[in-house]
Design a binder for this molecule. Sequence first.
Ligand SMILES: Nc1ncnc2c1ncn2[C@@H]1O[C@H](COP(=O)(O)OP(=O)(O)O)[C@@H](O)[C@H]1O
Ligand SMILES: [Mg+2]
Length: 281
Amino acid sequence: MVKLSGLRKRFGETIALDGLSLSIEPGEIFGLLGPNGAGKSTAVNICCGLLHPDAGVVRIADAGPPTDCAVRRMIGVAPQELALYQEFTGVENVLLFGRLFGLSGETLHRRMHEALEFVGLVDRRGDCAGVYSGGMKRRLNLAIAIVHQPRLLLLDEPTVGVDPQSRNAILDRVIELKRRGVTIVYTTHYMEEAQKLCDRVAIVDHGRLLAVDTTERLIAQHGGKSAIVIDDNGVSRRIETDDPMAELTRLNRDGGLQNFRVERPNLESVFLNLTGHKLRD
Ligand SMILES: Nc1ncnc2c1ncn2[C@@H]1O[C@H](COP(=O)(O)OP(=O)(O)O)[C@@H](O)[C@H]1O
Ligand SMILES: [Mg+2]
């Protein structure tokens, strides 16, 4: 559905993308996971034709580059920097962007209503976006991105600055869009979201791809060992092991285990092992 080959982009002295290649399959939720400044937004903005790479190419659905109008129409994007007019109502915002994508008449109005309903903003449709909460603005950003029913949806940090309720609503809507067959590229620096949502995850840092695979395989390959952390009257002891169940059994036999927890490797451990630093520095 999306093929990025050797993308390079610099802004003055800053290298934002350093030869990024990725292949995204139809129908998957593909996560781009990396810390702030990793190059995720630059990659997304190139994928939807907003930015031109210095080198490399993007092809969408074997149809061409996203700068072709017909190709661009297949793509919906919810940018990290909200793309909506604060002084317009929810309805007016969605109508405007629907029109830009060539919708009109009854179809435009029906799609506008469906999009607002999809993100749970029908009740507030007549209010100016400027008075919406952070979570409502993010949901309107999503409604705008889907009004023309794109086959490919690019979501750039769609949960930043939202309350937990809107966050769950957004994650739930993303899963529903996948169910409807939309291919989704989801950028985030929250490893929990990538882990929960994505069929495959690409880990990026300094504009380079470090690893790409399913979460399970990334963790198995790069996550490192599990650990049993035992609290002995306030002194904590950490035992690394490949087989926490066997280790717990052994420890328990040696003398009554009481306060302990098992830490399993996650995408954060994968990132740490690949880069030597944490995802959220
Ligand atoms: N328009 C721009 N002008 C100058 N530097 C930029 C611009 N856009 C991005 N950068 C820089 O490029 C790097 C990658 O940025 P970005 O793609 O936004 O990363 P991410 O989305 O992963 O946080 C960062 O160092 C950022 O400061
Ligand atoms: Mg970004």
